[in-house]
Design a protein around this ligand. Structure first.
Ligand SMILES: Nc1nc2c(c(=O)[nH]1)N[C@H]1C(S)=C(S)[C@@H](COP(=O)(O)OP(=O)(O)OC[C@H]3O[C@@H](n4cnc5c(=O)[nH]c(N)nc54)[C@H](O)[C@@H]3O)O[C@H]1N2
Ligand SMILES: Nc1nc2c(c(=O)[nH]1)N[C@H]1C(S)=C(S)[C@@H](COP(=O)(O)OP(=O)(O)OC[C@H]3O[C@@H](n4cnc5c(=O)[nH]c(N)nc54)[C@H](O)[C@@H]3O)O[C@H]1N2
Ligand SMILES: [Mo]
Length: 764
């Protein structure tokens, strides 16, 4: 049942606060860029400044003086480091040598400075001229079947770059356009699209002023979207309750001190964030939400019997939804015992949450990777919608689903056509706008592309940002397969493992960070992105570029496109010299969203894309918002039976990383220092497995295909977690995830419930 909370030596203080100020100062010093960086930080997330390269949380029209958080400051300092990985660095280090470096050391070596080509004779990267790089990449691509090439995007590149990239891939002849969303919120995009007709959240920052209850399912705000803490704090000061479902008591969801409010910093005591905190079992969310729905529907039946006013919003359900009767029947039939067993929480916890839900008139549900990275990830998202629909909590002020996206423009890249799903791209429009016949076949999502690399079907891998050999599952199969690729092209700011595990022909093309001034033909360029709330913002770099041999991402994409495609209806040079022209083209493709793009991008607080669901117009198959009856409440229908020693591993991010970028080896909030090779485990599980704190162990995947997936060298750390669930860090644990262990329908790797077993280290 629900674990009682006992602090390990984890962080005892609120998130934010002095700890956060200290952490910002120390990262500035670590990166040796204090003066420039502190000047630059003033412009972070400000109208006419640059949009933070860290998370995708909304940027307000009236920003705070310092509109950034500890992690945003770290991300900025990381890009503006004074360290350089220049051609001389590569002369000193062979790739064989660099392969021995830790991920942290690779990126910490500094910013890439010049375009590089892998030289087989020396096993080194050597400098090339940009034009020669483009020409050879073009030749390679022209000699290949288009569907053998994959064009991955990590969610950081701007709307302009993303639009150019997808157009280039399609003109070349493929829909192989996977992006980081495939490992992230794709379960949301699929689930929300089917349920309410739009694949994105429906709330805006304004809704925080009107809401009277918020939920958090599987999102760690203090680490992954800390600027949002301001909005939560303001809501808490109005007395808005917050209910959290998370197997770990994350300090950022428990309490908060605003480091930018001098009065708060001086006063003892922090704002309590979560008013209810439920430590459910990993993968227990569908069951927990069905439990809340059951309590709501039962309360409604009682109200009806007593002649009191209804609890369900029956008018809304009648007019706007389908599938309610089936769902309600399912909910009435499922037993409390089953729900308790599946989510690991007592009925009382679920009814306590339901009581609060019933009292509230406008409810927002925030959610993150804890819901999406599961075999039943899409269903989890559908259950969020079910709960909202019961009381008409979509399409009114202060209410709606709020998926908190990851990378700062991951949502926007999808909006402008980066997708492997042809039905989501405006192919007819592109055909008429650019006079070509776009490919109509389904492209590869990220896990398909990885399978394609393993099978040999994929011959070329482009990464516009990202570090796939680290971020995807099944590393032991992936790395050797990656080395058999014909062509690998990495457009990146910093060196990472994926640049070392390369194809026969391999290029490392360094780009500007968007924090940097991007001048083309003497004119400073700006770019735009979409935040988690569907709002577009302009962004203008303010720092000096790390090297004069860098090109911007749009210029690199244009260079490759021009060298690959026949002279066509796109003037790539003109686009790469004036991004306003790209925005005009985007506006022509998507007039509803992007009309007058160049003028509107500087609207303080950004401009919102129209979202039909916000107006209660449902672009679904039935034309209504759709309730979904769950298929199963089992977290992993393929593996219903567990052995007595089997555990479920969920992978988490530390306070000091951005995905595969590891800033330091500490996780201040969880009390982990100097190492990431720890397994967090409940004390009873430790004893039951005959282990003790600090014991050295290996983890072994329990997988049906019988392949050996094992990672050595972990230490056990007692932690307050539900029984049977253990936690470890991403990406260190990724070799344990079978590629096939991904969400049904969305294919998001199920990184939050990996079946594993602990193997004790043999005594030396
Ligand atoms: N500083 C920093 N910021 C980031 C990132 C980063 O790495 N560092 N990454 C960015 C990206 S790309 C993304 S996608 C987001 C990710 O941000 P989040 O969505 O917050 O993702 P995670 O940190 O992976 O996990 C979130 C939470 O889910 C909980 N959890 C795990 N399993 C379950 C479960 O079964 N049920 C429930 N209810 N909870 C569960 C974990 O304990 C954790 O607190 O952050 C973005 N922002
Ligand atoms: N086990 C497990 N696996 C996971 C997850 C998990 O929670 N658990 N999370 C998944 C999620 S949510 C995501 S989003 C993926 C992320 O996976 P990826 O997209 O593959 O990885 P990132 O770590 O975000 O990419 C980091 C690299 O991007 C490059 N980069 C940084 N800034 C820029 C820029 O401005 N331009 C360009 N061109 N390059 C840049 C740098 O070289 C850096 O090394 O990982 C997924 N994998
Ligand atoms: Mo993500």
């Amino acid at each position: 049942m629900s674990t009682t909370h006992k602090e390990s030596d984890a962080y005892q203080n609120a998130s934010g606060g002095w700890g956060s100020v200290k952490a910002v100062a120390s990262i500035l010093i670590q990166e040796k860029a204090p003066v420039e960086t502190s000047r630059v930080l003033i412009h972070q997330n400000k109208p006419d400044g640059f949009m933070c390269v860290s998370c995708s949380w909304a940027k307000p029209a009236h920003p705070h003086r310092f509109e950034f958080c500890e992690n945003g400051a770290k991300a900025t300092a990381w890009d503006l480091t004074s360290r350089r990985v220049d051609p001389g660095f590569f002369q000193q280090h062979t790739l064989a040598e660099l392969e021995q470096w830790h991920d942290h050391e690779l990126e910490d070596a500094g910013r890439l400075c010049a375009p590089m080509r892998w030289d087989a004779a020396q096993n080194k990267y050597v400098e090339v001229a940009w034009e020669d790089a483009f020409a050879e990449i073009g030749r390679e691509l022209r000699a290949m079947e288009p569907d053998a090439a994959v064009f991955y995007t990590s969610g950081r590149a701007s709307l302009e770059t993303a639009y150019m990239y997808q157009l280039f891939a399609r003109m070349y002849g493929t829909n192989n356009l996977p992006d980081s969303s495939n490992m992230c919120h794709e379960s949301t995009s699929v689930g929300l699209k089917a349920a309410i007709g739009v694949g994105v959240g429906t709330i805006t920052l304004d809704d925080f002023k009107h809401t009277d209850l918020m939920f958090f399912f599987g999102q760690n705000v203090g680490t992954n979207s800390p600027r949002m803490l301001h909005d939560l704090q303001e809501a808490r000061e109005r007395g808005v309750p917050i209910i959290t479902f998370n197997p770990i008591r994350e300090p950022g969801l428990v309490s908060f001190v605003n480091p930018q409010s001098p009065t708060q910093m001086l006063k003892p005591g922090a704002t309590q964030i979560s008013t209810q905190y439920h430590q459910l079992k990993v993968g227990g969310d569908s069951a927990a939400i069905v439990g809340i729905c059951k309590a709501v529907i039962e309360a409604d039946s009682r109200a009806q019997a007593e002649g009191a006013s209804r609890i369900l919003d029956t008018a809304f359900i009648e007019e706007h939804t389908t599938g309610f009767d089936d769902f309600a029947r399912y909910v009435r039939d499922v037993s409390w015992e089953e729900l308790e067993q599946r989510c690991g929480l007592p009925r009382a916890a679920l009814t306590e949450a339901a009581d609060e839900y019933i009292r509230a008139k406008a409810v927002i549900i925030h959610f993150g990777m804890g819901l999406t990275q599961h075999r039943m990830g899409v269903q989890n998202v559908r259950m969020v919608v079910n709960l909202l629909l019961l009381r008409g909590n979509i399409g009114k002020p202060g209410a709606g689903p709020s998926p908190i996206r990851g990378h700062s423009n991951v949502q926007g890249q999808r909006t402008v056509g980066v997708t492997e799903k042809p039905e989501l791209a405006p192919l007819d429009k592109l055909a008429s706008q650019y006079h070509f016949e776009p490919p109509r076949d389904k492209g590869m999502a990220t896990v398909d592309a990885c399978q394609g690399v393993i099978d040999g079907r994929v011959r070329a891998m482009f990464q516009l940002g990202g570090n796939l050999v680290r971020s995807v599952p099944d590393r032991y199969a992936i790395e050797p397969a990656w080395r058999k690729l014909r062509l690998t092209v990495n457009i990146a700011t910093k060196l990472n493992r994926s640049h070392l595990v390369h194809g026969e022909v391999s290029y490392l093309l360094p780009c500007l960070s968007r924090i940097e001034i991007d001048e083309r033909m003497g004119n400073a360029q700006a770019v735009a992105m979409e935040d988690s709330t569907g709002c577009m913002h302009g962004s203008r770099g303010v720092a000096h570029p790390a090297s004069d041999r860098l090109l911007s991402e749009p210029a690199i994409v244009a260079g490759i496109a021009k060298a690959t495609l026949d002279p066509a209806s796109v003037d790539w040079d003109a686009w790469s010299n004036d991004y306003a022209l790209v925005r005009d083209a985007i506006a022509e493709t998507y007039p509803d969203i992007f009309h007058d793009f160049n003028a509107r991008m500087w609207t303080p607080g950004g401009f919102h894309r129209p979202l039909a669901a916000r107006e209660r117009k449902w672009k679904t198959e039935s034309g209504k918002a759709e309730f979904m009856t769950p298929e199963t409440l089992h977290e992993d229908p393929d593996m219903p039976e567990r052995g007595p020693d089997d555990l479920r591993l969920f992978t988490v991010r530390s306070d000091s990383q951005f995905n595969t970028t590891i800033y330091t080896l500490d996780d201040r909030f969880r009390g982990v220092h100097g190492t990431r090779m720890v397994i967090l485990m409940n004390q009873q599980d430790i004893e039951r497995q005959g282990l003790e704190a600090d014991a050295e162990v290996s983890l072994e995947a329990v997988s049906p295909d019988g392949k050996n997936r094992r990672v050595d060298g972990f230490r056990i750390m007692p932690f307050d977690l539900p029984a049977g669930c253990i936690a470890g860090y991403y990406p260190e644990c990724n070799p344990l995830i079978p590629l096939s262990h991904h969400a049904k329908e969305s294919k998001v790797p199920a990184a939050k419930a990996i079946p594993v077993r602990i193997v004790k280290a043999r005594p030396a």
